[in-house]
Structure formats: C-alpha cells, structure tokens
Design a protein around this ligand. Structure first.
Ligand SMILES: [Zn+2]
Length: 374
C-alpha cells in the first residue's frame, strides 16, 4: 500500500482545495494565514464549522466529527475504509496503485527522505521550531482557580499538580478547564473535560466562551512540554501519551524528572516529531491507551471484524512508532501481562504497574525488520 505520510508530504494545498471543490465545498470567508473554513461536508452538515489547518494539512469539524487527518476526512466524505481513502487521495494526485510507484520504490524513496530529514533535523537542532501564537491569559479569570474535580483527585492527580498545570473550573457548564501552553509556557488553546451527561461522547473538546472557540491545532503543540522540558533534555528521553491526565499523573509520580508529553489524540504529527528531535531526544517511548487487549486476541478468529479492528489498532501503533525509528531508539509499551484494564493509559494503575510496563517495553526497529514479526 502507498505510504500515507509520504502522500501527505507530497500533496499540495492546491490539490486539496481542488479535491474539496469536487466534494462541493469551497472556502467560506477569507483564506486565513493558518486556516481555511468550509461547510461541514464531513457529516453532510450545513454550518461552516469545518476548519482546514494549512500547515498540518488536517481538518477539525467543530459540529460533529472532531479532528480528522486528510485521510479520515476522505473516509467520511466518501464513506470508505482507510486503505480506500489512501488510494483515493493517491489517485487525486496522480499516483495509482497499478501504474504508479511500487512498494519498493516508495520505501527506498522514503528511506532517502528520512535520511535527508535526519540530516536536516540534526543540522538545525538549535533552530527554533515555529510555535502556535499565544492568546491572552486573562480569559482564564473567567473560571474558578480553587475548585478541583474530586474524580481526578481520587485517580491520583494532586491539587498541587493541577495548579501547576493551571487547571480551572467552569461552574456554569460543569467543565474542567485545561489550558494548553506551548514550549515557552504561553497559553495557545483551552480544552475542557465536560462532566455533563450530554457530553459523554465528547468529553474532551475545545472550550467555547461567549461564542469564541479557544481551539488550537493539536498537531502543532505537545501538552506538558513546557513543564517537562528539563526532564526531557536531561534524560534525552520522551514518553508520549494520549491524554492530559496521564501527563499530570506522571508529574505526580516523578516531579521535575518527568519526561512525559501528550499528543491529545491517537496521532503523532511531523511537527511533534521534529519538535522532540530538536530537543536532542535519543529515546522515544509510546504509551498510548490500551484500546484493545492483546491477550484477548491470541486465539481469535483472524477473519472476524473484531480481530480486524484489533489489527488496525496494532498497525496504527506501529506506524506511529515508525515516525521515529530512523532517528532514535523507539519503544512501545505493550501490556502483555494484563496489568491494565481496557481503555487504560499506562499511568492509570499506579507507578508500580507503569514501571513494570517500562521494564518490559518493546523496541521497534525499522520497517523491514519489523515486517517479519507479525
Ligand atoms: Zn463533521
């Protein structure tokens, strides 16, 4: 199959806009520096709340669908599978499975690109990577700074840590307010964890205050990077997790030695990779949530739908790990011992469980060696 990262690098904005036009969506309002707005054709909606982020080439639908890669977006509009979406996008830019690059050509080409990028990153290690623009912090005065959700306290996140991360409380909406800051500690976005029943399916979303959405491109930031910067630089290691909560738990476990950041989704962008590599990171560990139980699928029917979902999850973890394998030592935390519950993060069952998982972490090598392992 054609490599999605390669396609994403290759496709131009013009090609994406042309594709959207054919889907029936034209830019709504002015084309801004960082974003372009469209009608929410992702779910056949009529509002103009579909945002295209120009730098990361990704989408965010504020009405219904949330964050989407170009391919997730194509899946929604075309109502097709992920591989079909990749083929579709590839065809859009004139690469076909039959006549285009074959797999070998892609991977060798990709290898070259990786080496090229490696040299680039090392050479520009000290060069500053573009940061999201800051927003005024006085917006946080809107919320209580001394009310903390007992659910989080019971899960092990201390009030001290919540204060350090600037957690606030929005009484009117029953929201936990989670300020997102860039590497310099400047406020760049505000997310909320809703405790309302109606938001059970959308617990974590950008906060909206008096009609203004405090959203930022999650792909252009890493949660906790400012606070854990020293720990990362000192250890030359980073542990990447899915949620803000895991970053805060890590802070409670390890204090100033912590080297944990969150991508706030099941994704790692090129910006996030480059940012971490520019800090001199030599070891990357992926600690994503346990969406599937590895043990449960040992004797499972490989043709079943459920097994295929599990397989997609495993492949996704590997493809995220492969973002780093050419640059540094890369590991994945797999719960082979059944220490976590389903949906848990590696931080959710205490420090001892985390450390057992760390001891048993699995090294991921370059793609070809890895192909033989499953
Ligand atoms: Zn949508």
């Amino acid at each position: 199959m054609i490599d999605k990262d390669y396609l994403l690098e290759l496709i131009t904005e013009e090609q994406i806009l042309r594709m959207l036009e054919r889907f029936g969506a034209v830019p709504f309002g002015a084309i801004k520096d960082k974003e372009i707005w469209f009608q929410t054709i992702c779910h056949s909606g009529n509002s103009h709340k579909l945002c295209y982020f120009r730098e990361s080439k990704s989408f965010y639908c504020y009405t219904n669908c949330g964050q989407m890669s170009l391919f997730n977006f194509a899946m929604k509009v075309k109502n097709c599978t992920f591989p079909e979406a990749i083929t579709f996008v590839a065809n859009e830019i004139g690469i076909s499975n039959r006549y285009g690059f074959n797999t070998m050509y892609i991977s060798s080409n990709q290898e070259l690109m990786k080496i090229d990028r490696y040299i680039q990153i090392r050479r520009h290690a000290k060069k500053e990577i573009k940061q999201l623009p800051k927003i005024e912090t006085n917006i946080l005065n809107y919320f209580e700074d001394d009310v903390f959700y007992t659910g989080w306290i019971n899960e092990g996140i201390s009030i001290k840590t919540m204060k350090e991360f600037g957690i606030h409380w929005y009484e009117l909406q029953k929201h936990i307010i989670i300020p997102h800051t860039n590497v310099n500690g400047e406020l760049v976005g505000i997310r909320r964890r809703s405790l309302q029943e109606k938001d059970a399916k959308n617990k974590y979303m950008p906060e909206i205050i008096q009609g203004v959405t405090y959203a930022h491109s999650l792909n252009l930031n890493l949660y906790g990077l400012d606070i854990h910067l020293n720990g990362i630089k000192k250890s030359k290691k980073v542990l990447i997790v899915e949620s803000e909560k895991s970053v805060m738990l890590a802070q409670d476990y390890y204090g100033e030695d912590t080297f944990v950041v969150a991508t706030c989704g099941f994704n790692i962008s090129n910006w996030q990779r480059d940012m971490l590599l520019s800090l001199g990171v030599e070891e990357v560990i992926l600690g994503y949530d346990k969406d599937f139980d590895v043990l449960e699928f040992e004797d499972y029917d490989p043709d079943s739908e459920e097994y295929k979902k599990y397989e997609r999850f495993v492949n996704r973890i590997y493809s995220l790990a492969h973002k780093f394998t050419s640059y540094c030592r890369t590991y994945v935390l797999w719960d082979n011992l059944g220490l976590l519950q389903k949906k848990d993060s590696p931080f959710d069952r205490g420090k001892e469980v985390l450390e057992t998982l760390m001891k048993n972490k699995i090294e991921i090598n370059t793609e070809r060696e890895e192909e033989n392992t499953y």
